[in-house]
Design a protein around this ligand. Structure first.
Ligand code: ATP
Ligand code: MN
Length: 482
């Protein structure tokens, strides 16, 4: 049996001096033919393994190289060296796997994030990515814990869907039809009756519509799964495949929805602060270094830990879309013509506008409500009082410093007649969607929900600026490696 080892995290936390243990891991560095820094991914701290002089033949010492994997047995001793309190005095070392130092791409020095992206299959072995992915794990775990504590049901919504009604983004087609000799109808269009599902199908852009069906029986549900958008935009915030958390709650109005979303985000941050403080400190130092490279006026005012502390200890700002536009129109940035895109009531705010609001004006997360109906999806609830031409819906977006939109949500339109009219006006195929409209026919209730982009949340908590660096293997335009 191999698995009688102790993980390095547990060893550093609880092992007592003099005990005999077995550890396994990968070599980070080997100094003076004597000191091995060994890491097994359980923590960003390495275990110092001490090799007694003369203990190993020269040929074996040569094989202890960066990246090689080892099984080490030894005795825990107090460390005399700086930087660690205990170390392992090796009594036996087995090399499990060699790593040719001429070929191993990770050297014990600082590599750029761009370079590490090209070797994403190895980047988990670096301090930065070790920390990022341990935090990603903690966040995923905390998502389930948060909802479970509140009695929400985890609903698995389908990945393959036939509805193209959501309109949240461009979709990837799912088909088994051949490219050559595609079956055609008489009018030349593709005959999807011949396709696997007998109709045109896609990868899901959101689980919301199915989530609503669940909420109409279980009261409160959430989904947490992969989502796909053929976004042909190369930004630091968009992936073609990302993970989304979508709670959907019966008997909630917009304010209940905002309260839940705010509590949720704060809970996730608190969880990571309580369980990943070592990793956060490492990323806090990394970000401080990165910020130092920037011109003074582009640096953020708060470090990572300060920012997270601030967010859990302060309420989010809540403003209406109309107020947001007003603030933008009165801003020095607008007056000095600093915005690339126009500002007027009715625009879909661009990321420069959102960033101005959160980073310059409020300096904290902002919840914007009451967006123009014309720029939002059909299922959002129409607000009652509005001037003609200025119809708004009960939508809410949460904007976060450094990220922009992190949550998009709304109270849903529960009134059958209003929903049907809106769907017709927006050319949504009402017949095909009759399963969705049934929820409004049979026991409709006020309800609400939102979507939190999981990677954007990981970005926010880790301070990583590029979304490609918070998902193990990013899928973006013209890039699908690993
Ligand atoms: P954006 O304006 O940033 O493109 P959106 O309005 O398309 O976002 P929604 O459809 O409301 O976003 O999706 C809900 C959440 O999913 C967003 O708030 C965001 O956190 C996340 N999200 C949306 N698109 C992507 C993407 N391509 N990659 C990663 N996360 C995304
Ligand atoms: Mn989008």
């Amino acid at each position: 049996m191999l698995n009688q080892r102790i993980k390095i995290k547990a060893l550093l936390q609880q092992a007592s001096i003099g005990t005999h243990v077995t550890v396994m891991g990968w070599v980070r560095t080997f100094r003076n033919n004597q000191f091995i820094a060994l890491n097994d991914g359980s923590t960003n701290y390495n275990l110092q393994v001490v090799v007694a002089l003369g203990m190993l033949p020269e040929a074996t010492l040569k094989r202890i190289t960066t990246g090689a994997s080892l099984k080490v047995q030894g005795t825990i001793a107090e460390s005399l060296g700086k930087g660690q309190s205990i170390e392992l005095l090796a009594t036996a070392i087995d090399i499990l796997g060699d790593s040719d130092p001429e070929k191993y791409p990770l050297q014990p020095k600082k590599h750029s994030l761009e370079f590490l992206r090209e070797i994403a299959h190895l980047r988990f072995r670096t301090n930065t990515f070790g920390a990022v992915f341990r935090i990603r794990h903690s966040l995923a775990f905390a998502v389930h814990q948060f909802f479970n504590e509140r009695g929400f049901l985890y609903l698995h919504t389908p990945i393959i869907t036939a509805s193209d009604a959501e309109g949240a983004g461009e979709m990837f087609r799912v088909t088994t039809l051949p490219f050559d000799g595609t079956p055609r109808n008489e009018d030349g269009t593709v005959n999807f009756k011949e396709d696997f599902f007998g109709k045109s199908t896609n990868l899901t852009v959101s689980g919301q519509l199915e989530g609503e069906l669940g909420a109409m029986a279980f009261s409160e549900i959430y989904t947490f799964g992969p989502t796909f958008r053929a976004e042909n935009s190369n930004t630091t915030r968009h992936l073609a495949e990302f993970w989304m958390i979508e709670p959907e709650m019966a008997f909630y109005d917009l304010e209940d929805n905002m309260n839940l979303a705010e509590a949720f985000i704060q809970y996730l941050i608190r969880y990571v602060m309580a369980h990943n403080s070592d990793d956060l400190q490492l990323l806090d130092r990394r970000l401080a270094e990165e910020e130092k490279q920037k011109p003074a006026n582009e640096r953020s005012e708060l470090g990572l830990l300060d920012k997270l502390n601030f967010v859990v200890n302060n309420q989010f700002e809540r403003i209406t879309y109309t107020e947001a536009i007003q603030i933008l129109l009165e801003s020095p940035a607008y007056k000095k013509k600093k915005f690339k895109y126009e500002v007027s009531w009715g625009i879909d705010m661009q990321s420069e506008h959102e960033r101005y609001l959160v980073e310059k004006h409020f300096k904290k997360p902002v919840i914007v409500t009451g967006y123009p109906a014309a720029i939002k999806a059909f299922y959002m609830r129409m607000n009652d009082v509005c001037e003609p031409g200025k119809e708004t819906v009960a939508a809410m977006d949460i904007l976060a410093p450094g990220i922009g939109e992190i949550v998009g949500g709304s109270q849903r339109e529960e009134r059958l007649d209003v929903l049907q009219k809106r769907m017709e006006a927006m050319h949504i195929p009402v017949e095909e969607m009759s399963w969705y409209i049934d929820t409004r026919r049979f026991g409709t209730v006020p309800h609400a929900g939102f979507g939190l982009g999981f990677e954007r949340m990981v970005q926010f908590v880790t301070g990583m600026t590029n979304i490609r660096d918070v998902i193990p293997f990013a899928r973006t335009p013209k890039n699908c490696s690993f």
